[in-house]
Design a protein around this ligand. Structure first.
Ligand code: FAD
Ligand code: NAP
Length: 337
């Protein structure tokens, strides 16, 4: 266990916000995690579990306890004709896991290449990109209860996965530390998901369609489109794409015929939040040292010395402005502390 006091979090969040944690503990194993909480020395309401900090906005110092799982193993549980069941530990960098799967010719998560963050956070918002959600491959989420240190595993259906949603963002928020995630990955490659945008075309430019060429194409597209948080602090999409009812959709579509939207399985419509923000004139705007990225309106950025409060205030202004123009309430995807 690594313990630090009054610890700077600047290198532990991709916005690069310079705040401090009252106490910071890095945990080296699942056993150590159970032991820490068994003692019941800490109030779960004053604990924040941190992954890579790529979906977090700190608006000030965190005076409670920050816990960071550091264990990062990959364990193959079983293998049969078509699938391999594999457990990845919480502290493993997500993209290292994708890289491992692709190298071992295991299919299912290749479209999720280069998403920042650690494995432990992947189920929290059911990470997704290029037409794939991580919930499609998750079989179990292993956790430890933060009020008593007991282990509990959630089966896929118990996680209540939805679009950038899970039970860990709602009923179970702040109650469990995710120690590991179990995945079922495919051995039989060949049924890939390439219909998103021009992904298939980009993959074919690389040659034969394989897990490796899909991964390479996704990495290329992401590097071209998204700002590098190491150079320009950001947390990816700051807002979720709103999902609205058919009537509301048709009403807005009447005034804005170019509104990008996709019908969801339940007959509602997912609207591109980036389009709403851009149409409302926010793209490239600044607010103090905070800003909206000039090429990607969904990404709020730290131009260098932004405080979390500035970024938060800017997001509030965007929400209010989009609401008054389109009557759509944007919801933050980023977790604010
Ligand atoms: P953190 O930001 O550290 O934490 C996020 C939340 O999860 C917090 O509430 C935290 O308390 C909780 N948490 C973290 N670890 C645990 C744990 N072990 N147990 C319990 N709770 C935990 N997201 C997508 O879905 N798709 C994308 O394509 C995508 N692209 C991105 C691109 C960029 C450039 C950036 C910066 C972000 C992007 N994101 C994307 C958002 C982000 O990468 C994901 O949400 C990622 O899963 C966050 O992982 P993390 O380890 O950084 O979590
Ligand atoms: P993009 O390809 O420019 O598309 C803009 C939006 O349109 C996306 O949010 C996407 O929704 C939606 N979209 C596009 N084609 C779609 C289709 N065929 N069916 C349904 N929805 C479609 O988006 P981008 O910003 O460059 O991101 C590319 C992918 O990476 C997206 O999947 C995005 O979610 C993911 N990403 C996520 C984050 C994050 O922080 N959450 C950050 C960067 C990228 P979806 O978002 O639902 O896919």
């Amino acid at each position: 266990m690594i313990t630090r006091y009054n610890y700077s979090l600047k290198n532990h969040n991709t916005f690069g916000i310079d705040v401090r944690a009252g106490k910071f503990i890095g945990l080296r194993s699942v056993k150590e995690t159970g032991r820490l909480f068994e003692k019941r020395n800490y109030d779960p309401a004053r604990i924040l579990v941190l992954g890579a900090g790529s979906n977090i906005l700190f608006t000030g110092d965190y005076d409670g306890l920050i816990i960071k799982p550091l264990f990062h193993g990959i364990i193959i549980e079983k293998s049969n004709t078509d699938t391999v069941t594999v457990t990845a530990e919480a502290g493993l960098e997500w993209d290292k896991f994708v890289e491992w799967a692709v190298k071992n010719e295991l299919a299912g998560i290749e479209n999720l290449s280069l998403i920042p963050g650690n494995v432990g956070a992947a189920p929290i918002q059911n990470i997704g990109a290029y037409g794939v959600e991580v919930s499609e491959t998750i079989t179990r989420v292993h956790t430890v209860r933060m009020d008593n240190g007991r282990a509990r595993s959630f089966l896929n259906h118990e996680c209540k996965f939805g679009y950038r949603e899970s039970i860990f963002k709602h009923e179970m928020k702040g109650k469990f530390l995710i120690t590991a995630v179990e995945f079922r990955l495919g051995k039989r490659t060949g049924s890939y998901r390439l219909s998103y945008g021009n992904l298939e075309e980009r993959v074919k430019q690389k040659g034969e369609i394989t897990l490796s060429t899909i991964r390479e194409a996704v990495i290329d597209i992401r590097n071209e489109k998204l700002p590098d948080y190491k150079k320009l602090g950001n947390a990816g999409s700051f807002f979720k794409n709103p999902v609205i009812g058919r009537d509301s959709y048709l009403k807005i579509k009447d005034s804005y015929t170019d509104l990008p939207a996709w019908e969801t399985a339940d007959g509602r419509y997912k609207i591109a939040a980036a389009w709403l923000i851009e149409k409302d004139g926010w793209k490239g705007k600044t607010y103090g040292s905070a800003g909206v990225h000039a090429n990607h309106a969904l990404v709020l950025i730290n131009h260098g010395n932004a405080t979390g409060k500035e970024i938060m205030e800017m997001s509030e202004k965007i929400i209010t402005s989009v609401k008054s123009k389109f009557n759509i309430e944007l919801e933050r995807e980023v977790n604010v502390f």
